[in-house]
Every structure is written in structure tokens, then in C-alpha cells.
Write a protein that binds this ligand. Structure first.
Ligand code: HEM
Length: 227
């Protein structure tokens, strides 16, 4: 049992999961939009991308949003672990969507494993990009900006790294396929009239996010020679 009042009941834990999950979906949309410049030719992409990463790491409001992101990631992961342990202990009282052989899809029953794999990806991702930007050595471009574009191109020049990203985005896609609709259902949006729309929108969201993120390393690998 948690000592934090908000986390004492399983309903409030699910509520925390859905609110942090929906916030993280918004983060994914913003992060995806910012990285879209990677699809441009290198001479146009470099200054734009470096200006974007500078803006994202120095603007005061974005910095505050960044701390909310870290908190949302940590709370989402911690409460997921709490819910999994609670479900395992409460033998025979699993959620319906956790019941093997029920009507749920396999990815709905494997949210914990999928989430853990996304976490492993995130650790690698933050080490290679975020840690490097904040604490490592990064060259500068012709405009004097730190050349994060060069770091991304060098990373995606490695075939194994591209493969890791593609597999990770497949995992993220399945995590979102259940997570997006499930988050809104927890918030009460499961009326028959809207539920089908929420599920379809969630599926489109999962495919769009996963596919576009997966295409970035493939595109950069195929079109941009590493520095
Ligand atoms: C090919 C796709 C991606 C590229 C090229 C990319 C690139 C980057 C770069 C360059 C940074 C460091 C600069 C910055 O903070 O903006 C960063 C930070 C970050 N990325 Fe990604 N990213 C990708 C996909 C993802 C995905 C799928 C996730 C989540 C599942 C993610 C989560 C994060 C987080 C949490 C940060 C730290 C943000 C912050 O400091 O507020 N990224 N990414």
C-alpha cells in the first residue's frame, strides 16, 4: 500500500497513469514535430535542427515543460510498477484486459513488458542525444550553434542503431495502441457513441507516431553521409 494518499486506491493509480500518459502523448507530438526537419536536405536541415535543439534546451518556458516531462515519465513508470505488483498480488482479481484468453489483444496484456522496453530505449536515447547535448562534447555549425544535427546524423549512420530505433518504435506503437484509448477510458470517455471514435483516433495516433519516428533514422541513414 502506498504512503502517498493519491496512490492508495487502484482507481486513483489508474487515473495518475492516464493523466501522465496523455501528457506524454502531447510530448511525443511536440518532439516529433521538432524532429521533422531531419527529412530536409542536410544544408537546410542543419541550421534549422540546431536552432530547434537550442530553443528546446534554453527557452525558460520549455525548460519548465521539460521538468514536467521528466516528472511525468518517472511517475508513469513508478505507478506502472506499483499497479503490476498490486495485480500480481491480488490473485484472481486481475483487470479484465489482463486476462489471458479473454477478448483483449496480446499487446493490451503485455503493457508492462512493452513499457519496460520503451524505458530501455529511452535510457539509450537520452544517453546518446540528451546527455551528449548537456554534458558531452558537441562541435559547432557555421552559425556558431552546437551541432546536434551532426550528432544525430553520426548516430543514425550506424546500422545497428537504426535497427534499434525501428524495433523500439514498433514497441512504442503497440504501447500507444492500447495506452492512448485506455487513458481516455479511465477518464470516463467510454460512452458507446464516442468509444469507437476514441479507439480509431488512438490507433491512427499510434501508427502515425511510431511510423514517422521509425522513418527518421532510416531516412537519415540512407540519404545523409555521416560527418
Ligand atoms: C528518431 C527519432 C528521435 C530523434 C531524432 C530524437 C532526438 C532527440 C534529441 C536530439 C534530443 C536532445 C535535445 C532535446 O532535448 O531536444 C532528444 C531528447 C529527448 N527525447 Fe528524443 N528523439 C527521437 C525519438 C524519441 C522518442 C520516440 C522518445 C520517447 C519515447 C524520445 C524522448 C526524448 C526525451 C524524453 C528527451 C529529453 C527531452 C527534454 O530534455 O525535455 N525521443 N531527442
Amino acid at each position: 500500500m502506498s504512503s502517498i494518499p493519491l496512490l492508495r486506491s487502484s482507481v486513483s493509480r489508474k487515473l495518475v497513469m492516464s493523466l501522465t500518459g496523455i501528457w506524454l502523448c502531447v510530448f511525443l507530438v511536440v518532439h516529433l514535430a521538432g524532429n521533422l526537419t531531419l527529412f530536409l536536405p542536410a544544408d537546410q536541415a542543419r541550421p534549422l535542427y540546431n536552432a530547434y535543439t537550442r530553443f528546446m534546451t534554453t527557452h525558460p518556458l520549455i525548460k519548465v515543460a521539460g521538468f514536467v516531462n521528466y516528472a511525468a515519465f518517472l511517475v508513469h513508470i513508478a505507478v506502472a510498477v506499483l499497479l503490476t505488483v498490486q495485480n500480481r498480488r491480488a490473485k484472481g482479481s486481475r483487470y479484465v484486459c489482463d486476462a489471458p484468453g479473454g477478448t483483449s489483444e496480446w499487446y493490451s496484456r503485455r503493457m508492462g513488458v512493452l513499457g519496460a522496453l520503451v524505458f530501455v530505449f529511452l535510457v539509450l536515447h537520452l544517453k546518446v542525444f540528451w546527455y551528449r547535448y548537456h554534458f558531452g562534447e558537441v562541435g559547432v555549425d557555421a552559425g556558431g550553434l552546437r551541432d546536434m544535427y551532426g550528432v544525430v546524423v553520426a548516430a543514425f549512420g550506424e546500422l545497428w542503431y537504426v535497427a534499434v530505433y525501428v524495433v523500439a518504435m514498433l514497441v512504442l506503437g503497440f504501447h500507444l495502441l492500447h495506452g492512448f484509448a485506455s487513458g481516455f477510458r479511465t477518464l470516463g470517455l467510454h460512452h458507446r457513441r464516442y468509444w469507437r471514435i476514441v479507439r480509431r483516433f488512438g490507433a491512427a495516433f499510434a501508427v502515425l507516431i511510431a511510423l514517422t519516428f521509425a522513418l527518421m533514422p532510416i531516412w537519415v541513414h540512407l540519404t545523409t553521409p555521416p560527418p
